[in-house]
Structures are given as structure tokens and as C-alpha cells.
Design a binder for this molecule. Structure first.
Ligand code: FEO
Length: 174
């Protein structure tokens, strides 16, 4: 069954938002690398890789429904930060923005009774809870650390343990 036009437009736009997320997070990676914060760079690289996976989930879904993806220009308003706290606060604000977009998509999928879209979006609803929680915890820790160099070094080490695990092939196409 082809996609409802409004749902198609929002799904197509969501690919852009997920790619914007990856672009913003890779910009943060470059900031962290320049600051010698390799652990944060590693953490944010995994985050950016997850965003590419999110974009591909929407990309594949549109194709599977017999529609054509129309890629759009990315809109990026900021690519530099003055502190790790500012970067992670921006990441959290961005995730909240994305959660709003996923919720908008879910509303339309329900309105038009598109059950396969709802199944796809169920995954994203849970994923956003996890994403906001993960980024929010780093913001909290950075706020507590304040100006402590020692605290920053310890957090950087801890964040450096995060690795991106690609999903099994069949799940990637879900
Ligand atoms: Fe794809 Fe971080 O939301």
C-alpha cells in the first residue's frame, strides 16, 4: 500500500533530520578531537553512526512502500562549541527536537491508519527515550564536574568505552 501523501512528506523530511543529526554530531566529534577529548569524540562518533542508521531505516521504509525518497538540503545552524557542556546541552536540545518530530509522525500514522508505519515508529519512540536519557546523563555529569579538570578526564575515559554495534542485517532493513 502506497503511503498517504502527508505521511510520505514527513517521513521524507525525517531522513533529512536524521542526517542533520549525524552532521551535527560529527561536527561535535571534530570539536572534541581538537580539544584532545578522545573519549567524548568516540562517544559522539557512535552517536553519529546511530543517526545514519536511523536515516537508513526511514530511507528503506519509503522504498519498500513503493515511493521514492527525495533527499533535501541539510540545514545546520551551528558547528562549533565553547565547552563540552555546551556541546552536550545542544545535543540534548536536538534530541528533544527529534522526539517532537517522531511524535508528529506517529500522530499522522495513527490518523491515516498506517499500521506498518506505526510499527516502524514504535521503535523510534522507544529509541528517543533512550537517546534523551543517555545524553541527559552526560549533561548532568558535566554540570556537576564544573571546572574540575580531573573530573573531565575521568568522564572522558568513561565515555570512550562506548562502541557502535551495527544491528543484524534483517533488523537494519526493518
Ligand atoms: Fe535519530 Fe538521535 O535521533
Amino acid at each position: 500500500m502506497k503511503l498517504n501523501q502527508k505521511l510520505y512528506q514527513l517521513l521524507n523530511e525525517q531522513i533529512k533530520h536524521e542526517l542533520e543529526s549525524a552532521y551535527i554530531y560529527y561536527s561535535m566529534v571534530s570539536y572534541f578531537v581538537a580539544e584532545g577529548l578522545d573519549g567524548m569524540a568516540q562517544w559522539m562518533t557512535a552517536q553519529a553512526q546511530e543517526e545514519l542508521l536511523h536515516a537508513s531505516k526511514f530511507f528503506n521504509f519509503i522504498g519498500e512502500r513503493g515511493d521514492k525518497v527525495e533527499l533535501q538540503n541539510l540545514e545546520i545552524s551551528k558547528t562549533f562549541w565553547k565547552s563540552p557542556l555546551e556541546a552536550f546541552q545542544d545535543a540534548l536540545a536536538h534530541e528533544e527536537f527529534i522526539t517532537g518530530k517522531i511524535n508528529d509522525l506517529m500522530k499522522v500514522a495513527i490518523e491515516v491508519n498506517d499500521y506498518p508505519a506505526k510499527v516502524l515508529l514504535d521503535w523510534f519512540v522507544s529509541e528517543q527515550v533512550e537517546e534523551e536519557d543517555n545524553v541527559g546523563k552526560v549533561v548532568q555529569t558535566l554540570s556537576r564536574i564544573g571546572d574540575s579538570g580531573q573530573g573531565l578526564i575521568m568522564l572522558d575515559r568513561e565515555l570512550g568505552t562506548r562502541v557502535f554495534t551495527p544491528p543484524p542485517a534483517e533488523e537494519e532493513n526493518a
